[in-house]
Design a protein around this ligand. Structure first.
Ligand code: SF4
Ligand code: SF4
Length: 396
């Protein structure tokens, strides 16, 4: 196929990103395409509404972009306002933004603990969203508490599609009626489902199980992608096969399975805690999702940080007691202070390291040492087998 000199527009659901390498990000489908510098310059011209001449050697690339619906030919130039600035290195790709600590539930395993009715003010939220876009962010995780309870949630919802990043709402699902699902502008909702009826309600309260399933249906009817998050605890261990079938029957593309750390309300619910050797087989049930390819030598959270409901910024929500700054100082400034832990600093020594990256540093710290293996991952990946280590029962 040959092309005359013409205009191409980058699809509205895509954005050029200048991270460690140049990329085209498909926001809708959460796909990150690495670009050569030449391809990036070609797409930059498209972004700026300039006419491009198509050389023979560009045809294959253009054909691929057209087939993936990443660009489209246009008769007149379409100029977009956004200008890709270079991101800091490492890039901040994922931002967990706890906009409120208010919640309609009192889950027994909640690491956030008691609600102090703290909300990030709306104007500050807008400033953070703008900064996250400028810093070349990919995925905003709007979290809480229950983020729907932020007093200005609907004003926040109204502006989310103005930014060149993906927005994911992390919710307990209880408030998601058909009407709420229809009004949401997020790209994805992750709802918490901590077992079948008995297991789920034993930690989240009576009547919550059916409500979560209804929320999933309402969201899917409204054409919003749904993912599920599940915590492994003592009351749901026998329910995992039934839960896996239920999740499959709902056609869910991503299931995150994790374990609660002994923190917040979990301090008083230690009876729910599962040891690494018990939890290992259940952690293998999760599938899909995950992060985009990242720097080879980095441990968990290499491209993530969290903003807490009091305005502190931390390495992630679990490291809330070790903030690196306040959001008023600016996202970039705080991000540059987040401590980095290199893979080679860990005492891990196994063939799984490329994939596992040492698991969770917070859990490793609770198990005794920030640089030791995360025993939950060791058991999940079969590197350790039941009862191999006597520190298996150390609190996490
Ligand atoms: S775990 Fe989530 S839903 Fe439950 S109390 Fe904590 S913030 Fe609320
Ligand atoms: S499986 Fe264990 S030892 Fe291996 S990388 Fe993961 S945490 Fe480290």
């Amino acid at each position: 196929m040959s092309y005359p000199d013409e205009f191409f527009a980058i699809a509205p659901h895509c954005s050029l990103k200048r991270l460690e390498e140049p990329y085209l990000y498909d926001i809708e489908n959460d796909e990150l395409y690495e670009l050569s510098e030449e391809a990036y310059q070609f797409l930059l011209k498209c972004l700026q509404g300039e006419r491009v001449s198509v050389r023979k050697e560009d045809e294959e690339f253009i054909q691929y972009c057209l087939s993936e619906n990443l660009i489209a030919p246009t008769e007149t130039p379409i100029k977009r306002e956004e200008v890709p600035h270079a991101s800091p290195i490492p890039s901040l790709r994922y931002l967990e933004f706890q906009i409120t600590d208010r919640c309609n539930l009192r889950c027994r395993h909640c690491y956030i603990g008691e609600c102090l009715h703290r909300n990030i003010p709306f104007e500050k939220i807008l400033r953070v969203l703008k900064e996250f876009e400028e810093i070349q962010g990919l995925r905003l995780l709007l979290s809480g508490g229950e983020p729907l309870l932020h007093p200005h949630f609907w004003k926040i919802n109204d502006v989310l599609r103005d930014y060149a990043f993906r927005s994911v709402l992390l919710s307990n699902g209880i408030l998601i009626t058909r009407e709420v699902a229809r009004r949401l502008h997020v790209h994805e909702v992750q709802v918490s489902l901590d077992g079948m009826k008995e297991g789920h309600e034993s930690i989240r309260g009576e009547g919550t199980f059916e409500k979560v399933l209804e929320a999933v249906d309402h969201l899917q009817e409204a054409d919003i992608r749904v993912s599920i998050a599940t915590m492994v605890h003592q009351k749901n261990l026998k329910e995992f096969d039934a839960l896996a079938s239920l999740i499959q029957s709902k056609n869910i593309g991503e299931w995150n399975v994790d374990v609660p750390c002994i923190s917040g309300r979990m301090e008083e619910s230690r009876d729910l805690w599962v040891s690494p050797s018990e939890a290992g087989p259940y952690l293998r049930y999760g599938y899909g999702g995950g992060l985009h390819s990242s720097e080879k030598n980095a441990t968990c959270g290499a491209h993530l940080c969290a903003i807490l409901p009091n305005g502190d910024v931390a390495k992630c929500g679990l490291f809330s007691r070790e903030p690196v700054g306040r959001i008023d100082e600016g996202l970039r400034v705080c991000w540059e202070r987040v401590p980095r832990i290199r893979l080679k600093e860990l005492t891990c020594n196994c063939s799984e390291i490329e994939e596992c990256r040492g698991g969770c540093r917070y859990r490793a710290k609770l198990q005794g040492d920030l640089f030791q293996p995360d025993l939950f991952q060791c058991y999940a990946r079969g590197v350790l087998k039941g009862g191999e280590r006597n520190d298996d029962q150390k609190g996490c």
